[in-house]
Design a protein around this ligand. Structure first.
Ligand code: IPM
Ligand code: MG
Length: 374
């Protein structure tokens, strides 16, 4: 009996439904070719439902999403909803509620893809960013104060003592703060994941942080990293500061194999990673809970201005689909999808962000057809 995988799908907003349609098309073609089945369970989570019902993510959504083998996620974000509401209420909530503590983002230059880095070839750009996905500055702890709500707020550190003056006539003294939280368990599990991954690759892990300034949170991160690294004597490890790593990604991407980093820096450096691998239209990500349901998505957003125009690049979503298949244990199919993506690029069947003239659907059709070839 061929295996049947149940996959939840959240097309979302903007270009989400269009790119997810191509992803499903390609994954169905891969399932047919490699002899397994995918049963899709569609969810209407997103801006449209939020505007109609005020619901972001319901308990029912979470119950049903936690039962499937994997989630295929398009994009969320809509110009009719103020920024932050859908992002935190849906995407970040899913990452937290399902404890998707690994955000896995490959940075890999596929053959035929043009990188803005002069002289770099596919063998030079092939690393993976393992971004911690549940802590750090994403925990949402913070507040804003005006003198009316704030009687005294004193921040004392070894180097500074700050007190804020009260001026009832102006709001010039308004302050906001938001804090990052790192638990011992947070880095522990994600760093372990990074080392396990490196063991199957080129055996090098780079920790990216800012322990020279944010000494408490990233001091703990480094301490945990050092402890975990001791258990992997066959893997080389190193520390980089995040500002420096943005230089090295551009100058010497070949230095990197597995990069592990706290949530916020992971967010930032993976957009840089996306550019060096050929653009945001090509960058996939997996939000992984190794013991539960995982979710796969393009790392770009919903790009509402391109909605319905058949111009969005579906490759990031299709590549995320390949990661999803890999996660389900369909390794051959995952590799097949990635190879077919590379062939479509080499054949020049690309959307205009990659210099081509093909539409979203045309790219999906081409790759699905390629997979059907024997
Ligand atoms: C990403 C995105 C999200 C993030 C946003 C949309 C909340 O930028 O997945 O990288 O910051 O994690
Ligand atoms: Mg981001």
């Amino acid at each position: 009996m061929p295996e049947n995988h149940t996959v939840a799908v959240i097309p979302g907003d903007g270009i989400g439904p269009e790119i997810i349609a191509e992803g499903r098309k390609v994954l169905d073609a891969a399932a047919h070719r490699y002899g397994f089945g995918i049963e899709w369970v569609e969810h209407d989570i997103g801006a449209e439902r939020f505007l109609a019902t005020k619901q972001l993510l319901t308990d029912d959504d979470l119950d049903s999403l936690s039962e499937v083998a994997a989630i295929y996620f398009g994009a969320i974000g809509d110009e009719r909803v103020p920024p932050g509401i859908l992002e935190t209420g849906i995407l970040l909530r899913l990452r937290f509620a399902l404890d998707l503590y690994v955000n896995l983002r490959p940075v890999r230059l596929l053959p035929g893809v043009v990188t803005p880095l002069a002289g770099k070839r596919p063998e030079d750009i092939d690393f993976v960013v393992v971004r911690e996905n549940t802590e750090d500055f994403y925990v949402g702890i913070g507040g804003r104060f005006r003198e009316t709500d704030r009687r005294t707020l004193t921040v004392e550190r070894e180097l500074y003592e700050l007190t804020f003056s009260v001026d009832a006539e102006s709001d010039a003294d308004e302050i906001a703060y938001q804090i990052g939280v790192i638990s011992r368990e947070g880095p522990e599990r994600v760093i372990r994941y990074a080392f396990d991954l490196a063991r199957r690759r080129r055996k090098k892990v780079t920790s990216v942080d800012k322990a020279n300034v944010l000494t408490e949170v990233y001091g703990l991160w480094r301490e945990v990293f050092t402890g975990v690294a001791r258990g992997y004597p066959q893997v080389t490890s190193e520390f980089n500061f995040v500002d420096a790593v943005t230089m090295w990604f551009v100058k010497n991407p070949e230095w990197f194999d597995v990069v592990v980093t706290p949530n916020m820096f992971g967010d930032i450096i993976t957009d840089l990673g996306a550019m060096i691998q050929g653009g945001l239209g090509l960058a996939p990500g997996g939000n992984i809970n190794p013991d539960g349901t995982s979710m796969f998505e393009p790392i770009h957003g919903s790009a509402p201005k391109y909605r319905g125009l058949d111009v969005a690049n579906p490759l990031a979503t299709i590549w995320a689909g390949s990661m999803l298949l890999d996660h389900l244990g369909e390794h051959e199919a995952a590799e097949g999808v990635l190879t077919a993506i590379g062939k479509s690029v080499t054949a020049g069947v690309t959307t205009r962000d990659m210099g081509g003239a093909a539409g979203t659907r045309q790219v999906g059709d081409w790759i699905a057809k390629e997979l059907a070839k024997r």
